[in-house]
Design a protein around this ligand. Structure first.
Ligand SMILES: [Zn+2]
Length: 472
């Protein structure tokens, strides 16, 4: 008797407490069916990014670019886990064009027009446009739309060619399609989803999601011209209303992030450049913007034969978890470091710490991970082989002290310290190498490099090492 009564009371309580929450739940977004793989998104985006960068003039201003990248990183980190694809490489570049626009490509490349940054009334409004575009990428809208066999119209951003390029059987074919670029025209449903997920990402990242709605008013006040961002359907006023409705159900995460004065400083800096050309003017001028030599090291074909400056920001105290080697390794790295794939290894580096020198990739600060096949069956022998391979063609590399026993992801590891003189900067540097063996006998290693007189990196490197989880 007693039990039954308690149960009834309990059920009543549950009903009372649960209802208000469910009534306030944020809108659930789901993936659309997609016959392409995540890798297809990445391949497509790379192709399109190369094409885009051969046609759009990028603003060569590292201060502006890294500021936009910082906002982008914060948003990407706030993508709900079910829409995160560790394989995607989000990156952010600024196009020197006046039109209020931005677009993102499958797999993560994103281009923000200078005009959009100048038009926004706050960092939040700029972030709103970026969160919307990031949402299209995270939801894999490009390939989802293609999967439906619908006409996937590419509004040729510059060349003005509208064509149907997707719908063929494979990405190889897509990649060869002679398309001009890239302002993917999505359906009304997809635009609404990107607005809603964009608002959710904004709130999670610490931005007021209503700023995404406000940006539509800003665009309209400036005479429309949102191009790919402000599509004809749904209308700007519908979108404004829908985003504000969603915003009422969202709690803005205000831990950590504070809106800074950076935005005003960046706008001021942009005004100093005078007026940017419009997309139409760029098209009429017929000017193509060569990418320079291709290094093949995507996404760094923007930095051909540019040595690293070696002037970098201090590692962020915030860390982001990344998965590398097809899920084989999890590691946390400072959130202001970006991933650079270099042959068979993966680097995480701050801006300014990498580039090309005498035809070789050079890094001044950062950590890299690799897996190597060696002839030696024991850890020390294998490590020595690896060091020998690093030393080939580098007369300045020296080991300093012997091997130190350590542990990595619960297994025995060796730590070796080396000294070197950086090829590009000429500065002495310290390299820490940590090695361990995988179950299949291969050698897994992490290389951590920083200039000798910048010892503050030890803390970051220790934290990265401790975070490594190997799943082999
Ligand atoms: Zn959109």
């Amino acid at each position: 008797m007693f039990k039954k009564q308690t149960l009834i009371v309990w059920l009543t309580l549950v009903a009372i407490t649960v209802m208000p929450f469910s009534a306030l739940a944020q809108t659930q977004i789901k993936y659309h069916s997609n016959k392409y793989s995540v890798q297809d998104d990445i391949k497509l985006g790379r192709q399109a990014a190369q094409e885009a960068e051969s046609q759009f003039p990028l603003l060569r201003d590292e201060t502006v670019r890294s500021y936009v990248e910082g906002v982008g990183r914060r948003l990407v980190a706030a993508i709900p886990s079910e829409f995160q694809h560790p394989e995607f490489q989000y990156y952010f570049k600024v196009v020197n064009a006046r039109d209020i626009n931005a677009f993102a490509l499958p797999g993560g490349p994103m281009y923000v027009n200078r005009g959009m940054i100048e038009a926004a009334r706050s960092e939040g409004e700029m972030a709103g446009v970026m969160a919307h575009e990031i949402s299209h990428v995270a939801l894999r809208h490009g390939t989802a739309q293609a999967s439906k066999g619908q006409k996937y119209s590419i509004l040729g951003g510059i060349a003005g060619i509208a064509g149907t390029i997707l719908g063929g059987p494979g990405v190889g074919q897509l990649a060869q399609a002679p398309f001009a670029v890239y302002l993917l025209k999505f359906s009304r449903e997809y635009e609404t989803e990107a607005d809603i997920l964009g608002a959710q990402i904004m709130a999670r990242a610490g931005y007021d999601p209503r700023d995404l709605a406000n940006m539509f008013q800003t665009i309209e006040r400036q005479g429309g011209g949102g191009g790919g961002f402000l599509s004809d359907h749904p209308s700007a006023s519908d979108r404004y209303a829908r985003i504000n409705q969603e915003a009422q159900m969202l709690r803005v995460n205000n831990s950590g992030y504070r809106d800074s004065r950076d935005f005003a400083r960046i706008q001021e800096r942009l005004r100093g450049y005078g007026s940017a050309p419009t997309m139409a003017e760029i098209q009429r001028s017929g000017q193509r913007y060569p990418q320079g030599e291709q290094t093949g090291n995507y996404p760094d074909n923007n930095y051909p034969n540019n040595p690293p400056s070696g002037r970098v920001s201090y590692p962020s105290n915030r860390y982001q978890s990344v998965t590398i080697f097809n899920g084989g390794v999890n590691v946390s790295v400072p959130s202001n470091w970006r991933q650079v794939n270099e042959g068979n290894s993966v680097w995480f580096v701050p801006e300014g710490a990498y580039g090309q020198y005498n035809g070789q990739a050079v890094y001044t600060h950062g950590a890299s991970f690799g897996v190597g096949q060696t002839n030696s069956r024991n850890l020390q022998g294998a490590t020595q082989e690896l060091i020998n391979s690093f030393a080939q063609g580098n007369n300045n590399l020296r080991t300093s002290g012997g091997y130190q026993r350590s542990s990595l992801s619960g297994r025995t590891a060796l730590v070796t310290t080396l000294t070197n003189v950086n090829e590009a900067t000429g500065r002495p540097e310290i390299i820490r190498l940590i090695t361990t063996q995988l179950r299949n006998g291969q050698l897994f290693y992490m290389v951590a490099v920083a200039p000798q007189n910048e010892r503050g990196y030890d803390t970051a490197f220790d934290q990265i090492m401790r975070s490594i989880r190997i799943n082999d």
